[in-house]
Ligand binder design. Structure first.
Ligand SMILES: *[C@@H]1O[C@H](CO)[C@@H](O)[C@H](O)[C@H]1NC(C)=O
Ligand SMILES: *[C@@H]1O[C@H](CO)[C@@H](O)[C@H](O)[C@H]1NC(C)=O
Ligand SMILES: *[C@@H]1O[C@H](CO)[C@@H](O)[C@H](O)[C@H]1NC(C)=O
Length: 853
C-alpha cells in the first residue's frame, strides 16, 4: 500500500536505538525526552553520557553511562533548578532542554499473560454433564458445505467451534459468509505482542511477517519462543491467522499477516515496552495484547508515561495517521473481584477492551467486568476452549482460553474489517465494533439502555462481536470527524466519605457553550481522574451518572484489595456514554462500602469528555502526556459537594436544613461560586493551561450547590458536636492516610525487588511445591502429580498444565481428540485433571500470585 511505502521510507531514516542490545549489568541507560533544539551530542557531553540514538518515540533518546547507584541526570537537573531558583546561574544550560528523564531499570514479570485461573468446582461436579456435546445435523451439513466451498481441509477446523459452532449454532463469530466474499484479511497485519511466535510452525509460516517482528527480551529480530512456557503468543497468533492448509485449523483472518513482538519472556524496560507498542507501526496495523498487570484484585497499575506516550503516538501517527489499533484482553480476575478499570492498559481510551463469552453464550467466571469493556468474543468455558495452533512444526492446541484468547480473536475480526476499509481510523473501528455487536442473551448481566439506544453491560460491553455484521456495516461506513475533547477543571471536594450505601455525591454541570467552545459534538469515551485518600482501597467504589441517566460503575469495591491507599490521580474510563451530547449534570458518587475501621476522604476529581469534533478543520492533536499533567490541583478553587436525595434504601436523614446552619467552619455553607470551566483553543494545546484559565469568572450555568452531610440521626443540639468530633477523626485519618502513603512510597522506592515479586513467587512455588521434580520439556515425559496437593495446577511447572482451561482440568475425557496433538501433551493435562476437585481458596490465591493468572 502507498501508505506503507512512505512509512517504510521514513522509518528507515530513524535511528536504530531500539535494536541495540543493552548490557544492564554493566551500564546504566537513560531515556531523555529532548526539546527539539537540544542537540543530543551536546546533552551527552554536558551530562557525561554516551548518546546511543533516538527511539521510535519521537524526540526520545537513549543514553548510556557507567553503572552507578545514583540517577546522574536527575541530580544534574535538580542542581540546575536550584541554581536557577537562587539566580546563581543566569546562563543558558543545555540541561534545560531535557524535558523528561528516566533511568531505565529492567524488570521482569510485571506483566502477566491472561490465561484463566482455575475455577472452583465442587467435588464430583462434572463439566461434561453440564454441556451436552451433540452436534446439530443441519449445522454439520452447512459446515461441510462451507469447507467444500472455501476449500478448507484443515484437520481441526471442525473443532474450531468459535468459527463455526455445530453444537450451539449461532454461538460463534459468524465469519463464514465474510470469508465466502473473499474477505480473509489480505493486506492487514496483526502484531501479537506476547511471549513470542513460532514462525517455523507450518500453520503460521505462510502468514508470518518478519519485517514487523522483534524480540525485546532477547534483542534480536526473531521473536522465537525460547522458554518452555513461551506458547501463549503462538496460540494467539494461530487464532488470528493460522493459514488455510493441512495443519491444525485456520485463523479467523487466515490470509492476514502475523507479526510477533516478544516482551513477556524476560527483562523489559519501560523504553522497550514503549517501543514494542509502536514497533513498525506503519506496517503493523493492529496490536493484540493478551496481558497486563496481575489480575489478582489487588493491583492498580497503569502503563508508564513512556508507554502512554507511545500509545498516543501510535493512534496519532500509526497506520499512515489512521491510528494503530490496540486490542487488549479485559483480564481474568473476575473471580478475585478484579475489574478492568484498575488496569491502565484496558481502561485507556486508545485500546479496545475485549472480554470473553463462552460457547454456551454465558459469562465465563474469569472475564472481568468494567465500564471500559467495549465488546466480548468467544473463549473458554462451558466445557470447551479455543482450538488453535501451538508451538511446534505441526502442533495444535485445544486448551487455549481466558480473555487471552478473546482479544486475538477480536483482533483478527478487526483485520477482516480493515482489509476492506483500510481508511478507517482507530475510532471508526471502535464505533463499528460497538454498533455491530450482538447483545448476549443474559438477563443477569445488568443491561442498560444507553442514550443512543444501545444495550450496554459492564460484563459484556456492547455485546459480542459479529464478524459478518461488522464487515457489512464497515462497507458503507462514513468516517467520523477527528477527535475533540473537553476537560472540566479540577473539582475540589475534600470531604469524608460516609460509610454505607449512600456515599458522597458531587456533580458538575456541562453547558452547551462549553462543548461548543471545545469543538466537541458528541461523546465517545468519558474519563474521570480522581484522588481519594483511604486506609483500605478495596472498600471504595465510584459511580458516574451522565446527564442522560446512564450509570457507569467506574470503580468497584474489591474484596482482596487491602492497599492502605486510595486513588492517586487515577483515571477511570467508560464507554457506556457513547453518543451522548455530554451537556447537563454529570454526577459522581463515591462510596465506602464497608462499615469498618477504614475511612477515607474524597479529595478531588475532574471529568474529561472525549468524542467527535464539530468542525474537523479546527481539530488538533492531543499533546503528549506529561508527568505533571495533574499538578495543578491547587490552582483550581472549584468546590462541589452535594448529598444525593435519600434513596429508598438509604438511612433517613432528618433535618438536612439544620445541617446547613451548623456546619463546621471548614465546610462552606453557601453555594460556592465555582469557576467557569472555559476550555479555549489554548486549552487544547496545553492540558495544564486549561485549569488556570478556568479559575476565572463565575457562571450560573456551572453552579454547583452544597446541600450536605447526613445528620446521622442525631438531635440538632448534638450535631455540631458530632461533626466537630467527626472533623477531628477525619483529620486524624487523613493524617494517618498520608503517613501510610509516604511510608508505602518509601517502601516501594527502596525495594527494587518488588518488581520481581511475581517472577520470584513463580520460581519459589514451582520449586517448593513440586520439590524434586524438574520441569519437563515439550517432548519429554510428564511428571506425576502428588496426591491431593493443592497446587496441582503447577504440576510440571513448565507448560500446558498452567494454562489448560477448566474443561481440560475437570472434564473426564479422552486424552487426545486431535490427531495433531502429542498424546504426551494431553497426558500432561490428564495429570492436571487428576479427577480431583479439591481446590479451595488458597489454591486460587496461590495462582493469583503466579505470572500466569
Ligand atoms: C492486497 O493484496 C493482494 C494480494 O493478496 C494484492 O493483489 C493487492 O494489490 C493488495 N492490495 C493493496 C491495496 O495493496
Ligand atoms: C450472521 O451472518 C448472517 C449472514 O451470513 C446474517 O444473516 C446473520 O444475521 C448474522 N448473525 C447471526 C447471529 O447469525
Ligand atoms: C497527582 O499528580 C500531581 C502531579 O504529578 C502530584 O503533584 C500530586 O502529588 C499527585 N497526587 C497524588 C495523591 O499522588
Amino acid at each position: 500500500m502507498k501508505l506503507s511505502l512512505l512509512a517504510v521510507a521514513s522509518l528507515a531514516a530513524l535511528s536504530q536505538a531500539t535494536r541495540v542490545k543493552r548490557d544492564h549489568a554493566n551500564n546504566d541507560y537513560y531515556v531523555l525526552h529532548l526539546a527539539r533544539d537540544a542537540e543530543p551530542a551536546q546533552v551527552a557531553a554536558r551530562l557525561g553520557l554516551e548518546h546511543q540514538g533516538e527511539l521510535q518515540l519521537a524526540d526520545h533518546h537513549v543514553f548510556r553511562a557507567a553503572k552507578t547507584d545514583t540517577d546522574l541526570v536527575d541530580t544534574e537537573i535538580k542542581a540546575r533548578k536550584r541554581r536557577k531558583r537562587d539566580a546563581i546561574d543566569g546562563e543558558a544550560d543545555i540541561v534545560d532542554g531535557v524535558l523528561l528523564s528516566q533511568k531505565q531499570t529492567p524488570r521482569s514479570g510485571h506483566l502477566e499473560k491472561r490465561i484463566p485461573p482455575r475455577q472452583l468446582v465442587p467435588a464430583g461436579w462434572s463439566m461434561a454433564a453440564a454441556s451436552p456435546q451433540q452436534p446439530v445435523d443441519w449445522a454439520v451439513q452447512r459446515q461441510t458445505e462451507v469447507m467444500r466451498d472455501l476449500d478448507i481441509s484443515d484437520p481441526i477446523f471442525t473443532e474450531q467451534w468459535h468459527l463455526y459452532n455445530t453444537v450451539q449454532p449461532g454461538h460463534d463469530v459468524n465469519v463464514t459468509d465474510v470469508w465466502s466474499q473473499g474477505i480473509t484479511g489480505n493486506n492487514v497485519t496483526v502484531a501479537i505482542i506476547d511471549d513470542g511466535l513460532d514462525m517455523y510452525s507450518n500453520d503460521l509460516k505462510a502468514n508470518y511477517f518478519a519485517a514487523g517482528s522483534w524480540d525485546y527480551n532477547d534483542h534480536d529480530p526473531e521473536p522465537k519462543p525460547e522458554l518452555s512456557d513461551d506458547r501463549h503468543g503462538t496460540r494467539c497468533a494461530g487464532e488470528v491467522a493460522a493459514a488455510r492448509n493441512d495443519v491444525c485449523g485456520v485463523g479467523v483472518a487466515y490470509d492476514a499477516n502475523i507479526a510477533g513482538i516478544r516482551i513477556l519472556s524476560g527483562e523489559l524496560t519501560n523504553a522497550d515496552e514503549a517501543e514494542a507498542m509502536i514497533y513498525k507501526y506503519q506496517d503493523n496495523d493492529i496490536y493484540s495484547c493478551s496481558w497486563g498487570p496481575p489480575d489478582d484484585g489487588r493491583h492498580m497499575e497503569a502503563p508508564d508515561i513512556l508507554i502512554k506516550r507511545a500509545m498516543l503516538q501510535g493512534v496519532q501517527e500509526g497506520r499512515g495517521g489512521k491510528g494503530s489499533v490496540y486490542v487488549f484482553a479485559s483480564g481474568n480476575g473476575a473471580a478475585h473481584g478484579d475489574n478492568c478499570n484498575f488496569d491502565g492498559y484496558t481502561n485507556s481510551i486508545y485500546s479496545i477492551t475485549v472480554g470473553a463469552v463462552d460457547r454456551a453464550g454465558n459469562h465465563p467466571y474469569y472475564s472481568e467486568h468494567c465500564s471500559a469493556n467495549l465488546v466480548v468474543t468467544y473463549s473458554s468455558g462451558a466445557g470447551d476452549s479455543i482450538h488453535t495452533t501451538d508451538v511446534g512444526v505441526d502442533k495444535c492446541y485445544d486448551g487455549h482460553g481466558g480473555t487471552s484468547a478473546a482479544a486475538p480473536l477480536a483482533a483478527g475480526i478487526f483485520a477482516l474489517v480493515l482489509s476492506i476499509r483500510p481508511d478507517l481510523s482507530w475510532r471508526d473501528l471502535q464505533y463499528l465494533a460497538l454498533h455491530s455487536a450482538a447483545t448476549v442473551a443474559d438477563d443477569n448481566a445488568g443491561w442498560q439502555e444507553t442514550a443512543i439506544g444501545k444495550q450496554f453491560s459492564h460484563i459484556f460491553g456492547y455485546g459480542k462481536v459479529d464478524s459478518w455484521a461488522m464487515v457489512e456495516m464497515a462497507k458503507d461506513w462514513n468516517l467520523v470527524k477527528p477527535q475533540a475533547w473537553w476537560f472540566s477543571p479540577w473539582q475540589h471536594v475534600k470531604k469524608p466519605i460516609p460509610e454505607g450505601k449512600e456515599g458522597l455525591s458531587v456533580h458538575f454541570e456541562v453547558t452547551t457553550d462549553m462543548l461548543k467552545e471545545a469543538n466537541l459534538e458528541r461523546v465517545e469515551h468519558v474519563t474521570v481522574t480522581m484522588n481519594v485518600e483511604h486506609t483500605r482501597r478495596g472498600d471504595i467504589s465510584v459511580d458516574l451518572i451522565s446527564p442522560e441517566g446512564v450509570v457507569s460503575h467506574i470503580a468497584t469495591d474489591r474484596m482482596s484489595d487491602e492497599e492502605k491507599a486510595g486513588y492517586d490521580n487515577w483515571t477511570f474510563m467508560s464507554v457506556a456514554h457513547w453518543g451522548e451530547s455530554g451537556v447537563g449534570k454529570w454526577t459522581i458518587i463515591v462510596k465506602d462500602n464497608k462499615v469498618n475501621k477504614h475511612q477515607g476522604v474524597f479529595v478531588d476529581w475532574h471529568l474529561k469528555l472525549w468524542g467527535e469534533s464539530i468542525d474537523a478543520d479546527k481539530a488538533t492533536l492531543l499533546p503528549m502526556p506529561n508527568p505533571d499533567d495533574d499538578a495543578d490541583h491547587d490552582k483550581t478553587i472549584v468546590t462541589t459537594v452535594t448529598a444525593e436525595p435519600s434513596t429508598a434504601t438509604a438511612p433517613p436523614r432528618p433535618d438536612e436544613t439544620f445541617v446547613h446552619d451548623t456546619q463546621p467552619t471548614d465546610h462552606p455553607v453557601r453555594p460556592t461560586k465555582p469557576a467557569k470551566p472555559n476550555p479555549t483553543q489554548e486549552d487544547k494545546g496545553s492540558m495544564t493551561g486549561q485549569v488556570e484559565e478556568a479559575s476565572g469568572e463565575a457562571t450560573p450555568s456551572s453552579e454547583t450547590w452544597i446541600s450536605w452531610l447526613p445528620s446521622l440521626g442525631a438531635s440538632k443540639a448534638a450535631q455540631p458536636w458530632i461533626y466537630g468530633a467527626l472533623g477531628l477523626i477525619v483529620a486524624f485519618c487523613i493524617g494517618l492516610g498520608i503517613a501510610l502513603f509516604i511510608v508505602r512510597r518509601r517502601r516501594i522506592k527502596n525495594d527494587s525487588r518488588s518488581n520481581y515479586e511475581f517472577e520470584m513467587l513463580d520460581e519459589e512455588e514451582s520449586e517448593g511445591l513440586t520439590a524434586g521434580e524438574k520441569p519437563v520439556g515439550v517432548a519429554g515425559g510428564r511428571k506425576k502429580r502428588r496426591g491431593g496437593e493443592l497446587y496441582d495446577a503447577f504440576a510440571g511447572g513448565s507448560e500446558d498444565e498452567d494454562e489448560v482451561s477448566e474443561f481440560d482440568r475437570y472434564e473426564d475425557r479422552e486424552p487426545s481428540q486431535s490427531a495433531h496433538s502429542l498424546p504426551g501433551e494431553r497426558g500432561g493435562d490428564q495429570f492436571a485433571l487428576g479427577g480431583e476437585s479439591d481446590e479451595d481458596d488458597s489454591d486460587d490465591e496461590a495462582r493469583g500470585k503466579r505470572r500466569q493468572t
